[in-house]
Ligand binder design. Structure first.
Ligand SMILES: Nc1ncnc2c1ncn2[C@@H]1O[C@H](COP(=O)(O)OP(=O)(O)O)[C@@H](O)[C@H]1O
Ligand SMILES: [Mg+2]
Length: 399
């Protein structure tokens, strides 16, 4: 079902002569969270010296890189000085200093993805405008600047209000169902978009190599917690009518190619009951929806990004087995030093892989780790996902 032109190309022999000799490269990651940590785990297979820039010396990625540099990823001088140390640079979060990346790129540092792509994606207003210009299906929207202006757009209701910059993990997103909810809107540049009657939420990860060749991971279906507005669990490959799969693949590929940049991108999509497909948002980096690929796909999203950055042939994104991801979140009412309750029960389950991010402190809803489950039978995945959610708890030591 899944086509992969790049892999077929590799079977015929990789044409890039850069591969005759592989030398040690210096690679930098802006941001030291769990995505950076998992990226570093994959780097250990290759000839690469790793550098991380982050302002917290105890961040999840700090102890897995060769060189940890303390600094602010949003500060021009910090990012510029960091970038000067490396051959190739990537991000694990969009909120970085773009001007420094542009200067570094102009001076010959390979920045993947290109700063021009990060600049569009970093701002939800620019991102939605980009979809419009490139004729990518997305929900109708208007740009708003103040909270007072929201009632002018009552014809848009029910709608979703999204902060232009700085939102993450559902913060920076407000559901505006009725006029009474305008109160909850943002008093800053934002987009107000029509609410889509979502049947399924998908994520498609697309890899673009430096020579422009592309490959896609099978779609993942994300199942959300309506209260926390956070991912509940995820199943991959999503079970979809063939027509929806094709649409999702075609839209994701068209969109990512429009950025004109190598990199690993995640496209979040909405599917309606009528099998319409809309783009929600894009991330120009490794993504939460791809954690399962560490065990469940031949080349993980992290491995794939190294292949892109080091200018190696792309890997095989296909699924080895269906899988589910359960996020391990800090329990409600618990803040302080993290204690993992019933972890041994989860470790004792078959085909279950535990990833803890090394965060010492927990707080309600904080992403502390994830668990990947692999099984050929989707029933088994759902059963174990639910069981893990109700078994494993992250609590604070003294509460
Ligand atoms: N236009 C929309 N219609 C319906 N639900 C939406 C819409 N936009 C966002 N949502 C819901 O809110 C969630 C978070 O929004 P998103 O834009 O992805 O923000 P975040 O940056 O926090 O991931 C989505 O995964 C989806 O469940
Ligand atoms: Mg999202």
């Amino acid at each position: 079902m899944h086509t992969n032109s790049t892999r077929d190309g590799n079977k015929n022999g990789y044409k890039n002569s850069n591969f005759a000799k592989i030398t040690l490269m210096k690679a930098g990651i802006l941001g030291g969270g769990q995505l950076g940590r998992m990226l570093l785990q994959a780097a250990a297979n290759y000839t690469v010296e790793t550098f991380v820039l982050e302002n917290d010396p105890h961040c999840p990625a700090a102890h897995l890189c060769h060189n940890f540099i303390l600094g602010d990823i949003t500060n021009f001088d910090d990012v510029y000085a960091f970038g000067k140390k490396v051959d190739v640079l990537t991000i694990e979060i969009e909120n970085v200093n773009i001007e420094a990346l542009e200067k570094l790129e102009a001076e010959g540092v390979k920045v993947i993805p290109k700063p021009s792509a990060i600049k569009i994606i970093k701002n939800k207003i620019k991102q939605k405008g980009f979809y419009q210009v490139n004729e990518i299906p997305t929900s109708d929207f208007v740009v708003t600047h103040t909270k007072e202006s929201l009632p002018h757009h009552h014809a848009f209701l029910p709608a979703v209000h999204k902060l232009g910059e700085g939102g993450y993990d559902g913060k920076g997103v407000q559901i505006i169902r009725t006029k009474d909810d305008f109160e909850k809107g943002f008093d800053a540049p934002s987009v107000l978009e029509k609410m889509v009657a979502i049947d399924k939420e998908l994520a498609m990860i697309v890899a673009i190599a430096q020579d422009g060749s592309a490959t896609l991971y099978p779609p993942a279906e994300m199942i959300f917690d309506p209260v926390l507005n956070l991912l509940d669990y995820q199943i991959s490959p999503a079970i979809l009518p063939e027509k929806v799969s094709w649409k999702a693949e075609a839209i994701a590929l068209k969109l990512v190619k429009a950025f004109n940049s190598p990199g690993l991108f995640a496209v979040e999509l909405f599917v309606t009951k009528d099998e319409e497909v809309f783009v929600n948002e894009t991330a120009p980096r490794v993504h939460n929806s791809g954690h399962h690929s560490i065990e469940a796909n031949y080349s993980s999203q992290y491995d794939m990004l190294w292949r892109i950055m080091l200018n190696y042939p792309l890997g095989n994104p296909d699924a080895i087995l269906p899988s589910a991801i359960v996020n391990i979140l800090g329990a409600e009412g618990h803040s302080g030093e993290a204690v993992y309750t019933n972890l041994a029960d989860v470790l004792g389950m078959d085909n279950v892989f535990v990833h803890l991010y090394g965060k010492k402190q927990t707080k309600p809803g904080r992403k502390m780790g994830h668990v990947t489950i692999m099984h050929k039978d989707y029933q088994d995945l759902r059963y174990k996902a639910n069981k893990i959610k109700h078994t494993l708890k992250v609590e604070a030591k003294n509460s």
